[in-house]
Ligand binder design. Structure first.
Ligand SMILES: Cc1cc2nc3c(=O)[nH]c(=O)nc-3n(C[C@H](O)[C@H](O)[C@H](O)COP(=O)(O)O)c2cc1C
Length: 228
């Protein structure tokens, strides 16, 4: 079972988010996962140029580390998104990656995969950032198992740290359990159904131009594709 963690702090694994992520990863490894961490601070993921190449060819037009990250996401069973709270949202590094995933979203290419989210902040508003990352996961077609967020209490220190780390490790275990069980989240399944109708409708509208995405949906079981 392969779990890929993407960490979007400019401090990589050395910061607060990295510390909390370490515990989630320890939980996942304890439950049998092979883990790989991708620190965006050591990778080059430039902002989307809206060139539409991903929609037309399935390959991004920008030559940097995005395609390698995409292939790791496509090959994994589960993934973890970890970001500090930067002004009620994820860091610019994570947002750049999200935007570059637009082609994956149109194809809901991570359907059947499971993910968890990790966040830390200076003083709170953790839920807002966690919810945003979970919405991104759902638009990829994947299932969110849950998230953990906390304000910091010092460098790589948190309030109620023992309890927080225990919860983080349980979350990592839970991610693996969901992968093993192929767990169904009813509300998220309903979202996926609705979103699939929206994406297939969009791709059908653009079918003369977005050939890769047209062919992707054409290959799907027609009973699974309901147009809006
Ligand atoms: C540019 C920037 C913006 C931030 N914005 C917020 C914010 O809106 N709310 C908050 O509570 N903390 C904010 N913080 C604090 C970080 O979220 C917090 O220190 C976090 O734990 C850093 O994680 P890291 O060590 O993994 O990078 C901000 C920090 C920076 C550098």
């Amino acid at each position: 079972m392969k779990v890929v963690a993407i960490i979007a702090s400019p401090r990589g694994m050395q910061g607060n988010t990295g510390r909390l992520l370490e515990e989630v990863l320890a939980g996942a490894r304890g439950a049998g996962a092979e883990t790989e961490t991708l620190p965006l601070n050591t990778l080059n993921v430039r902002p989307c140029l809206a060139c539409d190449a991903c929609h037309k060819t399935g390959i991004c037009g920008i030559k940097d580390d995005y395609e390698a990250i995409k292939n790791k996401l496509l090959a994994c069973d589960g993934f973890i998104l970890a970001s500090p709270n930067y002004i009620f949202s994820v860091t610019a590094q994570m947002k750049a990656l999200f935007d570059r995933c637009n082609g994956l979203i149109h194809c809901m290419a991570l359907e059947g995969k499971y993910a968890v989210v990790v966040e830390t902040s200076g003083g709170g508003d953790d839920e807002e950032v966690l919810t945003y990352m979970e919405r991104f996961i759902n638009t990829l077609g994947a299932n969110s198992v849950g998230g953990i967020g906390s304000p910091m209490a010092g460098t790589r220190i948190f309030p109620d740290q023992d309890q927080l780390f225990t919860t983080a490790r349980v979350l990592g275990q839970e991610l693996c359990q969901c992968i093993k069980d192929k767990r169904i989240f009813t509300e998220q399944a309903a979202f996926h159904e609705k979103f699939k109708a929206r994406m297939t409708g969009l791709v059908e509208f653009m079918q003369d131009s977005w050939l890769f995405e047209r062919d992707h949906w054409a290959k799907m079981d027609p009973s699974e594709v309901k147009h809006v």
